[in-house]
Design a protein around this ligand. Sequence first.
Ligand code: SF4
Length: 328
Amino acid sequence: MTMLLAVRDLTTTFETADGVARAVDGVSFDLAEGETLALVGESGSGKTVTALSILRLIPEPAGRIAPGSRIEFAGRDLLSLSPRELREVRGAEIAMIFQEPMTSLNPVLTVGTQIAETVLAHEAASKREARERALDMLRLVGIADAESRLKSYPHELSGGMRQRVMIAIALVCRPRILIADEPTTALDVTIQAQILDLLTDLKRRLGMAMILITHNLGIAAGIADRVAVMYGGRIVEVAPTVDLYREPAHPYTDGLLRAAPRLDGPDRPTPSIPGSVPPATDWPSGCRFHPRCQYAWERCQSEPPLLEAGPARTARCWLVDEPARRKP
Ligand code: SF4
């Protein structure tokens, strides 16, 4: 597989009233051509900041990508691109969709204009060509009566249709990577399944890679080739999706799996992980998960590195060395 994106030692900090928040702290991962990688974790684990760092959308000066971080896309160092070069990459080569389309769409422009504007911003196309592309994209994302929908304003569309429009805007320039940040969270369950099916289908047809950000391992299961689990600004487990579901190596992954609501499952309460993600200004010493971990022992007072936990998988947990401790 050809590597498309390489993130190395990414650290992103924010100045806050409570001190410096290390929202992302030494994160490394790769993304291959055509691959779907899910970044999974609770709110505050660092997933979205990782994605925003890749696109250099961290609000400065409060936010900052620390020296020593590296992000390479198709052999180019994204952290050293000029603002103009960066604009060429964003939207055209790496695109992002967000969880609440209403806040991302412009309420005073028709959806056709908004899709066409993306084409005009990145390509030498005429207005007529841009409009044709917008129409093709609306059809591709499954919007019925696309011709008349080009003239609709966002408030005239349902939540599911607005998310389809966001996907059309993101994909109209055929990016090589789509970053989808909780793309279905604001939608009801039936529409969620439709949007996930659409993303899977488009990814295959357009041959792009995808980073799916979600707090729900159930959603990642249906769509990702590999899963990277984040906690405390760090990656704590990476594994092929099938292996991770069969046997999670990290207790946090295990807790997320037990807590994951299933799109096709019975409507019953699911157990949650006790406690909550600590603030990024105050990560616990040692293993960052230890205050919430039922297996913690003395060794967990020092933080484990990512240890090899099987073929193509790693986990940041001392239990990988001492699995017998896990048995009841
Ligand atoms: Fe739990 Fe220790 Fe593993 Fe951390 S290193 S997840 S505290 S067992």
